[in-house]
Design a protein around this ligand. Structure first.
Ligand code: SF4
Ligand code: SF4
Ligand code: SF4
Length: 293
């Protein structure tokens, strides 16, 4: 039995209840709100202590293209003469005349997405781990066993999504466990339980994929033709993702790679290039040696 997450980003309201529930259940510390003041996105990224991250992508109207990375800088609080909502919010006096006009920020589009470890079919982290600390558990999740991890860090660059990270104070690797302890007790993961809009749903992967395809068809029928599934039915090096997403913009806008690649799949080519370089060097050295004789 393989379980996973289907995250429908069109239903996300950015409440961050999933992040809080994850931290609370897994007893993860706060990250110091490093981003406060730069964006509504106050956690910035996944880390060893943030296993769910709700990305806020703020796309100003004046921007033609969606940003390639998150979080985007916030738009100006008050619009310029030609930017933002030209109407704004009018405050009327007792005679019904506009006495004050407050402009809306230049936000053309908000994209929100609760990111998490994808529990990949071909997991780069699992393949790279030399100690066997990373396993696929009985629920189909990619699980780091903290008592076996030696903190070598090989898994970190091997994840195409930048998910797994070393914890600074003890040096070991941590990431989402897909709430292994809750699943063992027949409970759904804390984030899915807390999500008030069902943007995050948890369950059997076959059921989730069927539901996700139906949701895409439903959105297309309503005219939302940009909706598509990320991490399902795609020919990529990582295979299907056990945590997959319904998106509306290009993957890069959400900080996801368009075609995730495993670094270790290029090791062979690296060796070949090394051998070729060594061969060229030895021929060159032989020629130099011969010319000096
Ligand atoms: S997303 Fe990264 S950390 Fe998660 S299973 Fe895939 S390779 Fe491993
Ligand atoms: S840091 Fe831990 S989990 Fe990552 S590769 Fe090394 S032993 Fe494996
Ligand atoms: S995924 Fe759900 S809980 Fe998380 S921010 Fe979105 S709506 Fe809130």
């Amino acid at each position: 039995m393989a379980n996973g997450f289907f995250t429908d980003t069109t239903l996300c309201i950015g409440c961050k209840a999933c992040e809080v529930a994850c931290k609370q259940w897994n007893q993860l510390p706060a990250d110091g709100y490093a981003m406060t003041g730069m964006s509504y996105d106050n956690t910035a990224a996944l880390s060893a202590t943030t296993w769910r991250h709700v990305a806020f992508i703020e796309v100003p109207k004046s921007k033609k293209r969606l940003p390639m990375a998150t979080p985007a800088p916030p738009p100006a609080a008050v619009p310029s003469a030609d930017g933002g909502n030209s109407e704004g919010l009018k405050i009327l006096n007792i005679n019904g005349e506009a006495s004050l006009q407050v402009g809306f920020p230049d936000i053309g589009q908000w994209l929100m997405m609760s990111d998490v470890c994808k529990h990949c079919t071909n997991a780069g982290c699992l393949q790279a781990c030399p100690t066997g600390a990373i396993i696929r558990n009985e629920f189909g999740a990619v699980y780091v066993q903290p008592d076996i991890c030696n903190g070598c860090g090989y898994c970190v660059p091997s994840c195409p999504f930048g998910v797994v990270a070393l914890q600074h104070d003890d040096g070991r690797a941590f990431k989402c466990t897909l709430c292994y302890d809750r699943q063992k007790d027949g409970l759904e993961p804390a984030c899915a339980k807390a999500c008030p809009t069902d943007s995050i749903t948890f369950g059997n992967l076959d059921d989730l994929k069927m539901r996700a395809r139906q949701r895409v068809a439903e959105l297309h029928a309503r005219g939302e033709t940009s909706a598509y599934l990320y991490g399902v039915d795609e020919e990529t090096e990582v295979g299907d993702l056990n945590a997959f997403f319904l998106l509306k913009a290009e993957p890069e806008a959400y900080g996801l790679p368009k075609a995730p690649r495993l670094p270790q799949d290029r090791v062979g080519r690296g060796y070949l290039a090394g051998f070729a370089a060594a061969a060229v060097l030895s021929v060159f050295s032989a020629l130099v040696f011969k010319s000096k004789r």
